[in-house]
Design a protein around this ligand. Structure first.
Ligand code: PHE
Length: 352
């Protein structure tokens, strides 16, 4: 029996050495040392040995069991650590490696342009205001010298709201930012140097119009303000926004809320206002040296009166036009269809 036990010890040692995984060790332990394992069944043979041999063989068997368990434990540790070092090799993560950058967006060209216009005017003492984009008829028309039923209203393609009518008339989605002039004048906080930028709405959709668009409205009212101040500010804007050398000009026009009224043009950046291109032919961009951008004029006395301002004491000018238009002009972008600004196509938007 001693020989059998010695042989078992050798088998255990050999198998443990050969084990390649934690699972192998499990099997070895059960096979040799488990409750129904080989050592247990061998111990049954103790019944047949002499009384002197029994304690000696019993002790040997225990020793073999203990040594076997120790061997298995040691091998288990080896295998476990080599398993992790193998894992560390195959699944290595270099935490110091720079990460992959997710795609980054940027502000919409309209937001950029609005911020730029705001800061250009802030430099010369204007402040930005926001006035309602849905307002009463009185602010959008009547106080702007357009009484009910006046034909001049037809120009604005107004959206009327399905809402109760008040003393100030129907509610409208503002067709221009000129209602801001009225709100600001009513504050009687002189000098007024307002730049009001907001959304406007008109019932028109085609390649050059979106039903929602942005305007900015300038208003400068104080004692002694005259047309030369308007000219100066328009030239300042032309140069700041469009670049050095660009100038403005005004042409007579008609608005109900200004008198006199003008249309404002900016000199063409391609032909420098001459209307003649580098090829000595008509400039392809402007055809006549100038690009029309919007309206302006001296605030009509009736508008001042409607806001409780004495036109004999205060005078001023207003101007206003589309943000989309100047943004596209500035970029020199020839867009076939202005609606692309609001179609959220990143291929278009990321260019600006
Ligand atoms: N409100 C006019 C428009 O929408 C522009 C304008 C503003 C004209 C201020 C004169 C003065 O076209």
């Amino acid at each position: 029996m001693k020989d059998q036990l010695d042989a078992l010890r050798l088998e255990i040692e050999r198998d443990v050495k050969a084990a390649k995984s934690l699972e192998d060790l499990e099997v070895i332990e059960v096979k040799y040392l488990g409750r129904k394992g080989e050592l247990t069944s061998m111990l049954k043979g103790l019944a047949n040995v002499t009384a002197e041999e029994r304690p000696v063989l019993g002790a040997l068997a225990n020793q073999i069991k203990q040594d076997g368990l120790d061997l298995i434990a040691a091998r288990r540790e080896d295998l476990a650590s080599s398993k992790y070092s193998a894992l560390a090799e195959t699944e290595r993560v270099d935490v110091t490696e720079p990460g992959a950058r997710p795609p980054e967006g940027h502000l919409h060209i309209m937001t950029h342009t609005i911020r730029e216009i705001t800061s250009i005017f802030e430099k010369i003492g204007f402040y930005r205001t926001r006035y309602p984009e849905i307002d009463w008829d009185w602010y959008a028309f009547e106080a702007l010298n357009m009484p009910p039923e006046h034909p001049a209203r037809d120009d604005w393609e107004t959206f009327f709201m399905d809402a109760p009518i008040s003393k100030k008339g129907k509610m409208v989605m503002t067709p221009h930012t000129s209602n801001g002039q009225i709100h600001e004048l009513q504050r009687h906080n002189f000098p007024i140097r307002m730049i009001d930028i907001g959304k406007c709405y008109r019932r028109q959709v085609d390649a050059t119009h979106t039903p929602m668009f942005h305007q900015f409205e300038g208003l400068f009212v104080d004692k002694g303000v005259n047309i030369t101040h308007l000219r100066g500010i328009l030239d300042y804007f032309a140069e700041q926004f469009f670049g050095p050398g660009r100038v403005s000009r005004i042409r007579p026009h008609h608005f109900r809320f200004t008198e006199p009224s003008f249309e404002v043009d900016i000199s063409c950046g391609i032909c420098g206002g001459t209307g003649i291109g580098a090829d000595k032919k008509k400039c392809k961009v402007c055809k006549r040296g100038w690009l029309e951008i919007g309206g302006a004029g001296m605030v009509h006395p009736n508008v001042l009166k409607a806001c409780g301002v004495d036109p004999k004491k205060y005078t001023g000018f207003a101007f206003g036009w589309g943000v989309e238009r100047v943004a596209m002009m500035k970029e020199g972008a020839k867009v076939d269809d202005i609606r692309i600004l609001y179609q959220n196509d990143v291929r278009f938007l990321k260019q600006f």
